[in-house]
Write a protein that binds this ligand. Structure first.
Ligand code: SAH
Ligand code: SF4
Ligand code: F3S
Length: 473
C-alpha cells in the first residue's frame, strides 16, 4: 500500500539519522556501542526481536550477550501469564543496579505485549523511572525513529498504539539461524478465548497478502533458508479477510512449491478451523513437517464452552484420529490449562481422559493465570491454589508417561535430520531435528549445520535419539 511504502521510507531516513548520531557518540566513547535483546514469550516475539536486531545492526550497534553491560538493552515482553510479567520486573531490578555501576551510558527500552497494558506502563513510569523508552506491538517498525527520539529528547519516550491496520514490512532483519526462519503470515487474533490476553495486546486479526509472503520466502530460500515456520495465532483462519481470499491450505501448497524450501512448519492451529482440506495437503505434501501443534486447553465440553473455544472433546478427538490416520507418523502436541474458573474434578477428569485418548507426543501444561480485562478474570469459582496444584501434578505425570511410551517409535529407521548446531555438551556431536520435531544427536562437525542428512536412529534416550549419519556408498 502507498501509505505503508511512505512509512517505510520515513523509517529508512531515521535509520540514517541514527547511524550518524551513533557515529558521533562512538567518537566520544572511543568504542562501538552494543545492544542486547531479551525476548520473552512466543514465536511472534522471537520473530519481532529478529526485526529489532536487523534495524539495530543496520544502525551500527554490535550485539552482546552481556545484558548488564550493553549500551542498549531491549526487553521484548510477554504477558500471557502472570509469571511472564514477574520475569520482566526481575530483570529490570537487576539491570537497574548495574546501570549506574557498570555503564552509565546504558539505555533501557521496553516493548512487546506487556506494554500494551496501560496498568503495566503506569507501573514502569512510577516505579522504574530509569527506563528510557516504551513502545508496544503495533509500532515495532518505528524502532529507529523511537531510538532517535530517546537519544535527543530529555524525557523518557512512551509510544504505545491501541491498534493498527498498517502492516509495514521489508525492514532489515537478523536471523538467529541461517537455515531456518519464522515468517509472519498474519498478525493479531479475533478469537477472544475467555482466559486469553493476546487479542487485547496484539489487536485484530490481519493476514498478509499471499504474494508478499511468497516473495519473502523466495528471498529467504535464495539466501540459504531450508525450513520456514509460518507464524500466526490462528493460522487455520489465514486469508479469510483478504480482498481476494486465500485459504491456509492453498498458501501451504504455494510455499511448498518454492524452490529450496525443504521443510514447512506452522504455529498455531485452532481446532475449530481445522478442515479436511488442510489435512489433505499435509498428507500429500512431504515438505510439510510431520508435527501438528493442536491446543486442547480443556477436555470438558462445559469448560470449553465457557472458554469460548467452539469445539467439543469429541470433535477434538475426531481431528486427532483423522490426522493420525491420514498422516502416518505425525506427532501431535498440545497446550492444556488447569484450573480455569469453575473447573470441577469431573471437568478435570474429562481433560485427563482426552489426554489418554489423544496420546499426545508431548504437551505444554499451564496453571490458569488470571489476566485483568479478560472475561474469565471476572468469573466466579476461581479454583483454590492447592486444588489446581494437585491436578496440575497429576496431569503432568500422565502427559510425561504417555510421552515416554510414544517416544522412540522410529528407532532402527533412517530418517532425515536438519542439523541445527554443534552439540552443547560434546563438540564431536551435532544436534538436529526430525520432521516430527524430535531431537537427534549424532557424530559430526559444524560443516553439517544447516544440512539435511539421513541418520540411522540407533538408540532412544527419553525424548531424543542417538544416531549415525548414513553416508552414500
Ligand atoms: N494462539 C495460540 C496460543 C497462544 S498463547 C492458541 O490459540 O493456541 C499459548 C498458550 O498459553 C495457550 O495455548 C494457552 O494454553 C496458554 N494460555 C493463554 N492464556 C492463559 C492464561 N490466562 N492462563 C494460563 N495459560 C494461558
Ligand atoms: Fe489466545 Fe485463543 Fe487467540 Fe490463541 S486463539 S491467541 S488462546 S484468544
Ligand atoms: Fe506472550 Fe504476546 Fe506471545 S503475550 S505468548 S508474547 S503474543
Amino acid at each position: 500500500m502507498e501509505q505503508d511504502r511512505a512509512e517505510l521510507q520515513r523509517q529508512r531516513e531515521y535509520i540514517g539519522k541514527m547511524k550518524e548520531l551513533l557515529r558521533e557518540e562512538e567518537i566520544l566513547l572511543g568504542r562501538k556501542e552494543t545492544y542486547h535483546i531479551e525476548t520473552f514469550g512466543c514465536q511472534m516475539n522471537a520473530k519481532d526481536s529478529e526485526k529489532f536486531a536487523g534495524i539495530l545492526e543496520e544502525i551500527g550497534y554490535l550485539p552482546t550477550e552481556e545484558e548488564t553491560e550493553a549500551d542498549l538493552v531491549l526487553y521484548n515482553t510477554c504477558t500471557v501469564r502472570e509469571n511472564a510479567n514477574e520475569k520482566l520486573y526481575g530483570h529490570l531490578g537487576q539491570v537497574h543496579s548495574s546501570k549506574r555501576k557498570k555503564n552509565p551510558n546504558q539505555r533501557i527500552a521496553l516493548c512487546g505485549c506487556m506494554m500494551q497494558e496501560p496498568d503495566e506502563v503506569a507501573t514502569v513510569r512510577t516505579k522504574y523511572r530509569f527506563v528510557n523508552l516504551v513502545f508496544g506491538t503495533h509500532n515495532i517498525f518505528k524502532l529507529a525513529e523511537l531510538l532517535y527520539r530517546m537519544k535527543t529528547e530529555p524525557n523518557p519516550v512512551i509510544d504505545v498504539w491501541e491498534g493498527t491496520d498498517e502492516i509495514v514490512e521489508d525492514l532489515p532483519a537478523v536471523r538467529k539461524y541461517s537455515f531456518k526462519s519464522g515468517v509472519n503470515i498474519m498478525y493479531g487474533c479475533n478469537n477472544f478465548c475467555s482466559y486469553c490476553i493476546v487479542p487485547y495486546v496484539r489487536g485484530r486479526e490481519r493476514s498478509r497478502e499471499a504474494a508478499d509472503i511468497l516473495e519473502e520466502i523466495r528471498s529467504l530460500a535464495s539466501s540459504g533458508v531450508k525450513e520456514v515456520m509460518l507464524l500466526g495465532q490462528n493460522v487455520n483462519s489465514y486469508g479469510k479477510t483478504l480482498a481476494e481470499p486465500v485459504s491456509f491450505s492453498e498458501l501451504l501448497k504455494s510455499v511448498a512449491a518454492v524452490p529450496g524450501i525443504e521443510r514447512i512448519r506452522f504455529m498455531t492451529s485452532h481446532p475449530k478451523d481445522l478442515g479436511d482440506d488442510l489435512i489433505d495437503v499435509i498428507a500429500k505434501e512431504p515438505k510439510i513437517c510431520r508435527h501438528f501443534h493442536l491446543p486442547l486447553q480443556s477436555g470438558s465440553d462445559r469448560i470449553l464452552k465457557v472458554m469460548n473455544r467452539h469445539y467439543t472433546k469429541e470433535r477434538f478427538l475426531d481431528l486427532v484420529r483423522k490426522l493420525r490416520e491420514r498422516v502416518p507418523g505425525i506427532s501431535i502436541t498440545t497446550d492444556i490449562i488447569v484450573g480455569f474458573p469453575g473447573e470441577t474434578e469431573e471437568d478435570f477428569e474429562e481433560t485427563m481422559d482426552t489426554v489418554r485418548k489423544a496420546r499426545f507426543e508431548s504437551a505444554f501444561t499451564f496453571i490458569y493465570s488470571k489476566r485483568t480485562g479478560t472475561p474469565a478474570a471476572k468469573m466466579p469459582d476461581q479454583v483454590p491454589e492447592d486444588v489446581v496444584k494437585e491436578r496440575f501434578d497429576r496431569l503432568l505425570k500422565l502427559v510425561r508417561q504417555i510421552g515416554e511410551e510414544e517416544s522412540g517409535k522410529l528407532k532402527g529407521r533412517t530418517e532425515d535430520v536438519l542439523v541445527e548446531e554443534v552439540n552443547k555438551q560434546d563438540p564431536g556431536m551435532v544436534t538436529g531435528r526430525l520432521s516430527d520435531n524430535t531431537v537427534v544427536h549424532f557424530p559430526g562437525n559444524e560443516s553439517l549445520i544447516g544440512e539435511i542428512v539421513p541418520v540411522l536412529l540407533k538408540e532412544t534416550r527419553g525424548f531424543y535419539y542417538l544416531g549415525e549419519e548414513v553416508k552414500p556408498e
